[in-house]
Design a protein around this ligand. Structure first.
Ligand code: UTP
Length: 269
């Protein structure tokens, strides 16, 4: 079945980026004049997605406004001989819906809210704070693999040993070039990570995941973790980790956000 739908969870508190995230959602951090989430929506479109659900929270209306037309601004530009700027207002041409997560109870809880939207189809998840600079879209690669293995596929990325404690890390066996069959997932391993492959913000999942999300208990940080539901699912279903080779920037890390801005700045010169 073609993967048409994607969920983009954007309702987290962004605590690592406080105080700015008190008023500006991390997903709206500017990258070359566009918010981070614009890049994610465009990655989804490039990958063949035709319907998107963005999970937001009460103080993230800015995201909803961004993906709406601004007729007032369009009229202003037309009436003031600034038509050449109209293309800057163009919004991605795709059907986007929004749902609110009342309390940021974790990524698993945010995805769970997408059940009625997904409606029994395989679907994609893109975390909007993970920006990939890659020739082929990261999600496109995962969708391609999903059709080959006909099972859940998670994007994974090689990470330096001392940083593995910040990520979900997979255990498993390599089944082909850059493809691993996952046997276990450890969230933020403080000692002895099972591999150097960390979960990397892109997923293609079978709708069965909702059964596991429904029974997941609060885990790391008291939150309902997607990783815990995936771990539970591994007992019954297969899940693969596809290595993503492009550079990944976690914009929740100030260092990586600035590295991304610097790189794009120099690439433009
Ligand atoms: P993160 O854990 O990276 O984001 O979640 P966060 O919680 O907002 O940031 P920190 O760690 O406190 O700095 C990954 C994505 O999942 C969303 C976030 O908005 C982010 O885009 N998310 C997280 C939700 O939608 N709901 C949640 O309850 C938690």
């Amino acid at each position: 079945m073609k993967i048409k739908k994607a969920i983009i969870p954007a309702a987290g508190y962004g605590t690592r980026s406080l105080p700015i995230t008190k008023v500006i959602p991390k997903e709206m951090f500017p990258i070359n004049g566009k918010p981070a989430i614009d890049y994610i929506v465009r990655e989804a479109i490039t990958s063949g997605i035709t319907e998107i659900l963005i999970v937001v929270s009460r103080n993230k209306n800015m995201i909803i406004d961004y993906f709406d037309r601004s007729l007032e601004l369009e009229n202003f530009l037309k009436q003031n001989n600034k038509q050449h700027l109209l293309n800057k207002l163009s919004i991605p041409n795709i059907h986007i819906q929004f749902v609110r997560q009342p309390i940021a109870r974790g990524l698993g809880d945010a995805i769970r809210l997408g059940k009625p939207f997904v409606n029994d189809e395989p679907f994609a998840v893109l975390l909007p704070d993970d920006i990939f600079i890659e020739k082929e879209s990261s999600l496109q690669k995962l969708i391609h693999v999903y059709h080959k293995v006909n099972s859940n596929v998670i994007g994974v990325k090689k990470v330096e040993d001392d940083l593995l404690k910040n990520y979900g890390v997979i255990d498993g066996k390599q089944v082909s070039h850059q493809l691993h069959e996952i046997t276990n997932l450890i969230e933020k391993p403080q000692v002895s990570p099972p591999s150097n492959l960390a979960v990397a913000g892109r997923y293609v999942l079978h709708p069965d995941i909702f059964t596991y999300l429904q029974r997941v208990k609060p885990g790391s940080g008291g939150e309902l973790q997607l990783t815990d539901a995936l771990k539970d699912m591994l007992k019954d279903k297969k899940c693969y980790g596809q290595e993503l080779v492009g550079d990944r920037y976690d914009i929740g890390s100030e260092k990586e956000y600035f590295e991304l801005l610097k790189r794009l700045h120099y690439e433009q010169l």
